[in-house]
Design a protein around this ligand. Structure first.
Ligand SMILES: [Zn+2]
Length: 172
């Protein structure tokens, strides 16, 4: 399970990297964002040991830079390991769903011939936008519609962008 492995060289007790560097705060950090780096993994900027796919962005009033950290270090820095692990878990689930998104059953052609799927209380549709592809995610109960902010060269890129938009709307 991602997030549990590598604990032996992460966190304050192992004393790696910035954990033993004078002047770097160990507590009181705030989580400000998370990103799936997929194959572009980086080394955790706190322990400088753990390879990180899901980067937790952490900041502190007494430290000049935002640090990009692994789950365990981030949890110790913010004083809540369970919360950091829950964020990691959500990202893992989202990555799995995103990997299956294009081949999911349920995709069909709308009345206008646009690829569309109904999921999680939303209707997700992509459509031709000139020579490119745009998309829209509509909340079925309220009919609130959000369009992709730009268009994409291929239908699959538009479908993946629509998935990311769907996730963002669900988080709200
Ligand atoms: Zn770390």
């Amino acid at each position: 399970m991602h997030g549990q492995s590598g604990g032996e060289f992460e966190g304050p007790s192992a004393g790696r990297g910035k954990w033993s560097e004078p002047g770097v705060p160990h507590k009181g950090w705030t989580w400000v964002g998370i990103e799936d780096l997929e194959d572009n993994k980086v080394t955790c900027e706190m322990c400088e040991a753990r390879e990180v796919r899901y980067a937790h962005y952490m900041c502190h009033p007494d430290y000049p830079e935002t640090l990009l950290c692994g789950c365990i270090c981030a949890g110790h820095m913010e004083g809540n390991l369970a919360r950091a692990e829950e964020r990691d878990r959500r990202m893992i689930n989202a990555a799995r769903r995103r990997a299956n998104w294009l081949t999911r059953s349920g995709w069909h052609s709308s009345g206008k011939g646009n690829p569309t799927i109904r999921t999680d209380g939303y209707q997700v549709t992509v459509f031709r936008d000139g020579s490119k592809w745009g998309g829209v995610v509509a909340h079925r109960a309220t009919n609130d519609r959000r369009f992709l902010p730009r268009s994409y060269p291929t239908v699959d890129e538009a479908r993946l962008a629509a998935f990311d938009l769907l996730l963002m709307l669900k988080e709200k």
